[in-house]
Ligand binder design. Structure first.
Ligand SMILES: [Zn+2]
Length: 143
């Protein structure tokens, strides 16, 4: 399924309502998960548990929780041999952020192309792709 179709069919915030089976690790304030529409096979996401759209809305405790999971995510990708990662967080809703709920990306590699075009070309993982990726990431990160 194309990512654009997935977005058009969304009825609820996926990071509030559809996150439970997708969590790799969590702490008091945030989740570490994977992208359903990845820029790279091992594209991870750090998502605050509370629905906020801007960095300034986070409490300091939530910032710390997100940072801790960014570190864990980067270490996990390092175990997969990806020692160079891009961390990306789009603040507010005007920079191509397709899901309004604030989230941070951890993407292996440096350059991720023109992100404004990616909604049109990105695809959603199939059920099997998602199942295999989750199993692999949990095994590698020992989460
Ligand atoms: Zn949300």
């Amino acid at each position: 399924m194309k990512y654009l179709t997935y977005l058009k069919n969304l009825k609820v915030c996926p990071f509030c309502e559809d996150i439970k089976g997708k969590i790799l690790l969590e702490n008091d304030g945030a989740y570490l998960t994977y992208s359903l529409a990845p820029y790279h096979k091992y594209h991870l996401l750090v998502i605050p548990k509370r629905h906020v759209e801007n960095l300034a809305e986070l409490t300091w405790e939530e910032h710390i929780c997100m940072t801790a999971l960014f570190v864990t995510g980067v270490k996990t990708l390092g175990k997969l041999g990806h020692n160079d990662c891009t961390l990306l967080t789009r603040d507010s809703g005007s920079l191509g952020k397709s899901i309004k709920h604030l989230h941070g990306h951890i993407i292996p590699g440096g350059f991720i192309q023109d992100t404004s075009l990616n909604t049109a070309v990105r695809k959603i993982l199939s059920t099997d792709e998602e199942k295999n990726l989750k199993k692999e990431l949990k095994k590698i990160s020992k989460l």
